[in-house]
Ligand binder design. Sequence first.
Ligand SMILES: NC(=O)c1ccc[n+]([C@@H]2O[C@H](COP(=O)([O-])OP(=O)(O)OC[C@H]3O[C@@H](n4cnc5c(N)ncnc54)[C@H](O)[C@@H]3O)[C@@H](O)[C@H]2O)c1
Ligand SMILES: O=c1ccn([C@@H]2O[C@H](COP(=O)(O)OP(=O)(O)O[C@H]3O[C@H](CO)[C@@H](O)[C@H](O)[C@H]3O)[C@@H](O)[C@H]2O)c(=O)[nH]1
Length: 331
Amino acid sequence: MSKFLITGGAGYIGSHTAKLLARSGHEVVVYDNLSRGHRDLVRWGPLIEGDLRDTTLMREALRWLKPDAVIHFAAFAYVGESVAKPGLYYDNNVSGTLSLLKAMTEAGTRNLIVSSTCATYGQPARMPITEETPQVPLNPYGQSKLMMELMCADFAAAHGLHYMALRYFNACGCDPEGETGERHDPEPHLIPRALMAADGEIDRLDVFGDDYPTPDGTCIRDYIHVSDLATAHMAAALHLMDGGASGALNLGTGHGISVREIIEATARVTGRPVPHRISPRRAGDPALLVAATAKVNAILDWKARHSDIDHIISTAWNWHQQERRQQRTRL
Ligand SMILES: NC(=O)c1ccc[n+]([C@@H]2O[C@H](COP(=O)([O-])OP(=O)(O)OC[C@H]3O[C@@H](n4cnc5c(N)ncnc54)[C@H](O)[C@@H]3O)[C@@H](O)[C@H]2O)c1
Ligand SMILES: O=c1ccn([C@@H]2O[C@H](COP(=O)(O)OP(=O)(O)O[C@H]3O[C@H](CO)[C@@H](O)[C@H](O)[C@H]3O)[C@@H](O)[C@H]2O)c(=O)[nH]1
């Protein structure tokens, strides 16, 4: 049994990873300031309520817990918001990670898994995107995550940190058992918003641009089920704990799906129409992002197993309906 400190474990991907680790027999402690997370999603270990940028609290928590690894999810993660409020992103994501790295160095904690993103690549000329594709982010969110990766590399060289940067493509879907899920307010992500439109909660889904250089004109992304992401985090942590090399890995399926195809799949899975209209492009959005997956497959023996789009949407739809039923009961 190993012990993990999970920053951002009260959020979407962090809570799914906490569940998987706990169910696999590991000990989990969550560190989260609840700025965008939820106390009731911390179900698989205790919560230390604190901010990443509180270096002293983090250092003392690490000295006391002595985790085998830190899994670092805590960050702000919306492309559009980062374009409007870059300071928020550099402060939370860059200063927050720097504070964590300093605390880990002072406490002697060696192993770190960090949430990076395909947004660090910008819009590469060639698909699929390999880990060697140049990282040229198009927005402050992507910049902040690239800076995080660079800081990890420097701390590895200077202080012997072992780290793995996992560059997720588009995280989606929810726990198939309905014990945790995606609860963002406001919710900017495509699949939850398509479900809100199907459910009549919003009048219609805005499709951000249909004049991109893609077959149907809408943006293409690589949608990966959050359960697959959770499995990859556990594999990456065990890899580092076994003395495996530091580096960066893409987490995606290798298949691109357009916004229009997501709308069609949502209608198919829910059995309801998805009212939508074409709107202007959203600032900072690249047209096409699809992962090359050979490296993660070779290093972690991992590939996506739960990322069929109908399964993704059906687990997200179950969670959406469950959340709305609970909200109605509370009223
Ligand atoms: N959702 C995606 O599609 C996606 C894709 C690529 C990468 N990522 C990355 O994965 C990570 C998790 O994303 P998510 O969708 O689960 O986000 P989320 O907002 O659901 O969870 C983030 C959690 O971090 C906490 N947090 C934020 N700032 C903090 C701080 N300063 N101190 C302590 N806690 C803090 C929040 O309260 C929240 O619980 C992020 O780092 C994000 O950049 C997400
Ligand atoms: O109401 C909406 C919401 C989104 N989109 C489009 O749908 C696609 C996916 O958008 P979204 O679900 O917001 O995800 P991304 O902007 O691709 O960003 C997510 O995926 C990134 C990796 O691609 C992560 O780094 C980010 O944290 C995460 O928010 C994009 O083309 C958007 O333009 C719409 O057309 N209408």
